[in-house]
Design a protein around this ligand. Sequence first.
Ligand SMILES: [Zn+2]
Length: 438
Amino acid sequence: MNVVLITVDTLRPDHLSAYGYARGTSAPLDWLAEEGVVFTNVYSTSSWTPPSVASLLTSLPPDRHGIRSGDAPDFLEGGHEVEGQEVLRGSVVTLAEAVAAHGYTTVGFSTNPHVSARLGFAQGFDHFESLRAPASSDTSAGAVYADAAAVASAVTRRTREAIAAGKAFIWIHYLDPHFPYRKRSPWLEEYAESDARDGPLPAAITHPRWFHESTADPAARRRLFEAWYDGEIRFACKEIGALLEELVDREQTLIVLTSDHGESIFEHGVLGHGQTLFEAELRIPLMLRFPEAWNATGTRSERVSIMDIAPTILSALAIPIPESMSGQSLMPLVREDARFESRALYSELRRGRLDVHAVIEDGWKLIVDRGRRFQALYHLDEDPGESRNLIHVRPGRARRLGQALMARVREADAARAAHREPIDEETRVRLRALGYVE
Ligand SMILES: [Zn+2]
């Protein structure tokens, strides 16, 4: 059996028709949901790319895989390389390494510069390509990364050969629903129709400022943002659908579609991601389409983690799950067998000045923002929009969750301090000259 793992950056499950969204944004892929298993409550370990994708591939939380930083290049100024991002250490075991060790041919494609071979993400891949927008692209029209159409044309003969041999692991990371947005016709026009604005729709939106300045009405602003966001999702799903149609035999392939994080669309006053640990940024889709003989279909609402995806794929392939992986296989849920223990799910956002942590357990969620000295407790089952902070209403619950969360955070801090890389001699000489070290 082949495996095709598709990650679509910045993809909110509630914006997919496969998850009941009113617009047919995922129409070309809705068969994945109809013929497969749909998980409706999947949480990432963070709300932006580097830590989340590293958790997907290693099944480790950010404090264990160590990927927490990284400044995106300024695409619009012609930049390509990420600065200041930790490199995924060779000592961690990735999903690609685990399948490669069992004879799979592994091929990966990434369109996100945070996820590159230079940054350690090619570990375990026989062939890995970081795709970029063609040099001739018009960046002012938003063509700053390899879009889903460019991905389709980059999938090489090698990929087809690997799939034809029947033992391939293919990973493709798409970027389309991530800012900046291009005018995806005809869907944008259809979606934006009700939001009459002065003048024609631009060819691209290259700065979020445009949405803030477009209209003073918050509801109209949200609808306008959604029109552009949904247009990109619809475009990506069309391209992915066509690629799958061309590349894979559904009866010989496990197809997994997920994301790395969501996107705030003015929830809690925020636009974008990597800024909060609220549901809009933390929740991701997860659809698994098994060959028909597996008889695996339906919806599963248990709260599960992005770290569970790698163990699930390995378990489906009957490959032992490496001991290092801390997620758990979802196959008991796929098979609707009772052996699945729900656990507390943790997430974190340590980026620049942000130092935010969250824990979700038994339908409750505690967010501790150490930088802003803010804490919030939400009952997700009754308040999925996180609008009522119950921190003073349920102090016992808040204390218990807070103790578990902060014990973990302190342990991670201590481990990080203990394992800090020794300073190399050149740095030591410079620091000594500055009076920092003896
Ligand atoms: Zn991302």
